[in-house]
Design a binder for this molecule. Structure first.
Ligand SMILES: Nc1ncnc2c1ncn2[C@@H]1O[C@H](COP(=O)(O)OP(=O)(O)O)[C@@H](O)[C@H]1O
Ligand SMILES: [Mg+2]
Length: 139
């Protein structure tokens, strides 16, 4: 199961949030994990709107032998990020909420990888695996 949505305008984020929550819910994620996933995709999509003009988000339900989860890829063809290492350095605690988005996404999800090529764009892939808190309220 794979779905993809365009990101260009602020209101695209509204659709993306709604659709991703629905998928995560149907897949059996707990409310708390749904919130983490939605917050993450929302932050990544908002980075595209604010820092890169336009892009796409691809959402996929993933299955492995003994676990299942959700993978979200957000990509754009914007300017890339030249000081990425500095932005992601965890030792610096956030002075404000601003500039904390990517680090927060890394904290919220189980897997996080980012590639940014100057002048070419940014590619972020994040995944969340279901854990014992999930599937409690669904059969
Ligand atoms: N998709 C993107 N394209 C270009 N630059 C980006 C992108 N995402 C993030 N950035 C750069 O990385 C910085 C940190 O991003 P983030 O942690 O989300 O903080 P914020 O968006 O609040 O500035 C941004 O200020 C921006 O310079
Ligand atoms: Mg941001």
């Amino acid at each position: 199961m794979k779905r993809s949505f365009p990101i260009k305008y602020e209101w695209d984020i509204v659709t993306i949030r709604k659709e991703v929550r629905k998928l995560a819910n149907e897949h059996g994620f707990s409310e708390l994990n749904q919130a983490r996933i939605v917050q993450s995709v929302s932050e990544l999509a908002s980075n595209v709107v604010h820092h890169a003009e336009e892009g796409r988000v691809q959402v996929e339900l993933i299955e492995e032998e003994n676990r299942s989860g959700i993978n979200i890829i957000v990509r754009d063809f914007g300017p890339g990020i030249d000081d990425l290492d500095q932005i992601l350095r965890l030792s610096e605690s956030p002075a404000s909420v601003e500039g904390y988005g990517l680090k927060q996404v890394r904290e919220l999800m189980d897997e996080f990888s980012i590639r940014a090529v100057e002048g070419k764009g940014t590619y972020v892939s994040v995944s969340k695996w279901k854990d014992e808190s999930d599937d409690v309220f669904s059969e």
